[in-house]
Ligand binder design. Sequence first.
Ligand code: ADE
Length: 253
Amino acid sequence: MNFHVMTLFPEMIEQAMAVSITGRAVKAGHISVNAVNIRDYAANKHNRVDDYPYGGGAGMVMQAEPVYRCYQDIMEQYSENGLPKKIKVIYLSPQGKVFSQRMAQEYADEDDLIFLCGHYEGIDERVLEEIVTDYVSIGDYVLTGGELPALVMMDAISRLVPGVLNNNLSAQTESFSESLLEYPQYTRPEEWNGKKVPPVLLSGNHKLLAEWYREQSLRRTACCRPDLLENAELSQAEWAFVQEIISKEGSDR
Ligand code: ADE
């Protein structure tokens, strides 16, 4: 997976992606991160990439031309026999479709992705129309720029790229992959602050363990995110179980 990020703050992208699991994935060659500074494509000697909005109003707007030149530079490496490869260009914006685990899975199937990070009051609409294929939001709140949303997306996508997690199973079994939240986890010591690890986890009985994990996932989802159950595949008995929890406890959050 090759990530390209068009941004005014390439160091923000490089530094965040260079650590932890994504950092290891870059070193191992499972993913690559190419953060490109839009300012390097400014067409004036002051390196300005923004200007006042036509029609007036607060703030500045990023100009079309530097963004377009930056995009063309990235695409140069992909044009084989004059025919450019089709690569998704994701513009991070609160107006986009809200990012989800399912979208992360779909993007993880791509070989290359380009992210466009806006700043100030946004980017000239004409270049967005020209190059953007997908508009994505990471939630219903407004951030100062697209870098954090791009990092959130790259993190979620990277861990689904084969080889990135040591244990491929963990990418599949945890929260959201079956529309259920993950069960609680414990590690040593067996007793901490007077609290004991649930005895079933020490039993070594695989059948009991699997039942306990499933029950805990159902319990958590029913309490914390009952909205997720709509897409979950549950047996009749499990439906009855979650209904009972919802009617007894209501929603915690
Ligand atoms: N840019 C500013 N806010 C954003 C959000 N919530 N999601 C994606 N991009 C953004």
